[in-house]
Structure formats: C-alpha cells, structure tokens
Write a protein that binds this ligand. Sequence first.
Ligand code: FAD
Length: 185
Amino acid sequence: MMTLPLIDRKYHRATTVPDALLAKREMGPEAVYLGGGTALQLGWSDGQVPPSLIDVAALRRPAPCELDQDHLHLCAFTPLEAFRADPLVQREFNALSMALETIASFEVRRLGTLGGNVTWTKGDLRPLMLAVSAEAITSDGTIPLRAGSSIESRTRFFCRYGFHAHQRALSSRKLVFERPFRRAV
Ligand SMILES: Cc1cc2nc3c(=O)[nH]c(=O)nc-3n(C[C@H](O)[C@H](O)[C@H](O)COP(=O)(O)OP(=O)(O)OC[C@H]3O[C@@H](n4cnc5c(N)ncnc54)[C@H](O)[C@@H]3O)c2cc1C
C-alpha cells in the first residue's frame, strides 16, 4: 500500500481568481496550483509533493468552452471529460475531439483539467494547442504557446477562460490528431 506524504502540507481551496492570487502571495513561491492533481500525483511516490497546494477546481466555468466570432475560448479549470462530452466540441472541433478520446481513462479525465494538461510538459493537448497557435490568458498577461518553451511558472496562473484559439484553425478538417502510443490507464 502506498501512503501519500500529505501530512504537514498546506492546502487552500480558491473560490475566485483574486482569492487564488492572494493565497499564492501568502503561501509563498513554493505553493503550486492544483487542477485535478492527476499529473502532480504521478510524482508523489518519489516524494515530489509540493509544500503548499492551491486548489483551483472551484474556478471552473459553467460551460467548458465558448465560441465568439473568431475564437474558441477554453476554460483552463474544466476537466477533460467535460470537453470530450461537449456537443460543440464534438460537432465543430474534430481534432480536439479525437485527442480527448485518446487521453487516459474516464476516471482520470473526470479530474484532470485542460490547464493541468497544457502546463504539464507531457500533456497530449500541448501539441494540438501549439499547432493552432493557441494563447494562454494568465495572471501575467496573454502568452502565446511556443514549442520547446514551458508555460509552467510558479507564479503564473490562468485567468478568465484560460486559453483561446482561432476558431478556423481548430475546426479545420485538415487538422488531425494521432498519437503513437497510449499511456497506461
Ligand atoms: C493513470 C494516468 C494516465 C494518464 N494518461 C494521460 C494521457 O494519456 N495523456 C495525457 O496528456 N495525460 C495523461 N495523464 C496525466 C494527466 O492526467 C493529464 O495530463 C491531466 O490533464 C492533468 O491535469 P490536472 O488538472 O490533473 O493537472 P495537475 O496535476 O493538477 O497539474 C499539472 C501541472 O499544471 C499546473 N496547473 C494546473 N492547473 C493550473 C492552473 N489553472 N494554472 C496554472 N498552473 C496549473 C500544476 O501546478 C502542475 O504543475 C495521465 C495521468 C494518470 C494518473
């Protein structure tokens, strides 16, 4: 049996974006934002447990994504399964739909968020977001996603929807998603 070394860790459940930013200031530079915790917990058996966690799951918006004239806005705090089941994604965004189908199991997708996936350097949605020149909307401003550069930062935090991508790029039928292997689920 594995015991998770969470005793003595500080935990804060953020209720608003300003609350999350305040918690970050108060808990210090080592505090990390926690989406679903599914990627972070992969390191826990090696003792890589952050000293403080700021849970941002409650910042999830009612709808996973919203389409305006040019852009699809994607909520960083929403679990992957909610995107996979979303009728707009299924109808209009074929490559995103294909990618979501291949990620982990239903149980992991119910917890793991888009923000966590794109921040985690091995997340499968990162290449897709790069391919469509998506931008991250963060507490440090709007940041274009770039290959080879991590958007992970201990201070940066997704705000508003979190990401946006050009609707035309993401809905293109020429855009397909394939992965050479699957992680164990
Ligand atoms: C059994 C198993 C199978 C898996 N299979 C796959 C797979 O096939 N494909 C795949 O891509 N992934 C897979 N994963 C990894 C993971 O489940 C997903 O990548 C998931 O989307 C991560 O999201 P999360 O919210 O759980 O991230 P977390 O673990 O909460 O966070 C990951 C990183 O993102 C940061 N972060 C999270 N939210 C925010 C935010 N709002 N603002 C700033 N930083 C933030 C965290 O601080 C951390 O650095 C698997 C995991 C498990 C346990």
